[in-house]
Design a binder for this molecule. Structure first.
Ligand SMILES: Cc1cc2nc3c(=O)[nH]c(=O)nc-3n(C[C@H](O)[C@H](O)[C@H](O)COP(=O)(O)O)c2cc1C
Length: 392
């Protein structure tokens, strides 16, 4: 394949490099994948307003979020099992993010645990947690996040139950327990010798670093998924935010808000921010895309908290679209996972350079020279409001 020049090229590369079941895991969504398709389609259909003869010689892409300064209005969002895409992948991605002047958010269910990542990188990272039934363990994770100087906590609320991902069942990742499933996956791995050598053999341990203390090292995929099913707390409500807030005095961001009413509730529980997200179309299929949900949510919360967004972002143009729809910052999801799978840390660094260049072009041609100038005024109102959102 020729040198990748876009996120979608990295997606193609990821498909070639990863064993089938892993590519399907990263790429797939839940059920019929309607929301997944909407996420990219709705975002793509947001038309940018071309403006000309504006002095664009000085473009400033920097921004500040939660009291921290960043070179770009993006961050690497939490991706479970990302470290299986390349050897100790979370560390490679975090280093690439920091080198680009942005943040990396480690998933609760990363391959590398917080201790490993924090000790391997030079700057503090962001950390994502699900509510875990065992509050004692939850407390330990929060204490470790404090000890390792994590500069923000992302509390993900859109997975009280896991959505079914048909592709994972078909590929053999899920629903293929025991030796038969293991043989199937091993066969898929054998067909990807580059990955098998880099990660399969030399990328061990293949555990979930953060939960290894309760799961033990080197457990199988079946154990991981069973642990997630059994330990994510479906009884968690807004009141349980107190548990987190009492033990976490740094920025707290609620990830997985898709409704203006929930966004308003988020302003009442002491959160510093929200991520408007449908979990990359991996939870309730049929819910709207972020692009569609975001404007009403941003209006509902105003300046009461910082609104981030993710879902379907595959280019710098998409980043600018999300900002124009009301986000202050954008999380990349699959975009960086594909880059990591396709080119390791260098792939992530490359994708970040590509996205930066694309943001610059989008800013230049919409006449915005600073991030805070990107708002709905850079969108073609008819397309942005009527076609995508139907009724405004
Ligand atoms: C393979 C995969 C694993 C994910 N794991 C997590 C996770 O562990 N925690 C979390 O809060 N979100 C997780 N997400 C959701 C992402 O953080 C993000 O919301 C989503 O990927 C954005 O959509 P996009 O990939 O289309 O950009 C995951 C998404 C994918 C694709």
């Amino acid at each position: 394949m020729v040198k990748p020049v876009s996120v979608l090229d990295y997606r193609a590369l990821a498909k070639k490099r990863l064993p089938h079941f892993l590519y399907e895991y990263f790429d797939g969504g839940s059920y019929a994948e309607q929301t997944l398709r909407r996420s990219t389609a709705d975002l793509e259909s947001v038309a940018l307003r071309q403006r000309v003869l504006v002095d664009i010689m000085k473009l400033d892409l920097s921004t500040s979020l939660f009291g921290q300064d960043f070179k770009l209005p993006i961050a690497l969002g939490p991706i479970g099992l990302a470290g299986i895409a390349a050897r100790r992948g979370e560390i490679q991605a975090a280093n690439a993010a920091h080198a680009a002047g942005i943040q990396f958010c480690l998933s609760t269910v990363g391959v590398c645990g917080l201790k490993e990542v924090a000790e391997a990188v030079k700057k503090p990272i962001w950390y994502q947690l699900y509510m875990i039934r065992d509050r004692g363990f939850m407390k330990e994770l929060l204490d470790l996040a404090k000890e390792k100087n994590c500069s923000a906590l992302f509390f993900t609320v859109d997975m009280p139950v896991p959505g079914t991902r048909y592709r994972d069942n078909r590929s053999g990742l899920a629903g293929s327990p025991g030796i038969k499933g293991a043989i199937r996956r091993t066969w898929q791995a054998v067909k990807r010798p580059g990955w098998a050598w880099d990660v399969g053999i030399n990328g061990r341990p293949h555990s979930l670093g953060n939960v290894a203390p309760v799961l033990g090292d080197n457990t199988g995929l079946d154990d991981f998924f069973a642990w997630m099913r059994n330990n994510f707390d479906g009884s968690c409500t807004w009141k349980d935010l107190d548990f987190i807030r009492e033990r976490w005095d740094r920025p707290l961001i609620i990830k997985g808000i898709l409704d203006a009413e929930d966004a308003r509730l988020a302003t009442q529980v002491g959160a510093d921010g929200i991520v408007v997200s449908n979990h990359g179309g991996r939870q309730l299929d049929g819910v709207p895309s972020t692009a569609r949900a975001l404007p009403a949510i941003a209006d509902a919360v105003g300046d009461k908290l910082t609104v981030l967004a993710d879902g379907g972002v595959r280019s710098g143009l998409d980043v600018v679209r999300m900002l124009a729809l009301g986000a202050k910052g954008v999380l990349l999801g699959r975009a960086w996972a594909f880059a990591l799978a396709g080119g390791g840390g260098a792939g992530v660094a490359h994708v970040l350079r590509l996205i930066e260049a694309e943001i610059k072009v989008a800013m230049a041609l919409t006449g915005a020279t600073r991030i805070d100038q990107i708002d709905s005024s850079i969108l073609v109102q008819d397309d942005a409001r009527r076609n995508v959102f139907g009724n405004v």
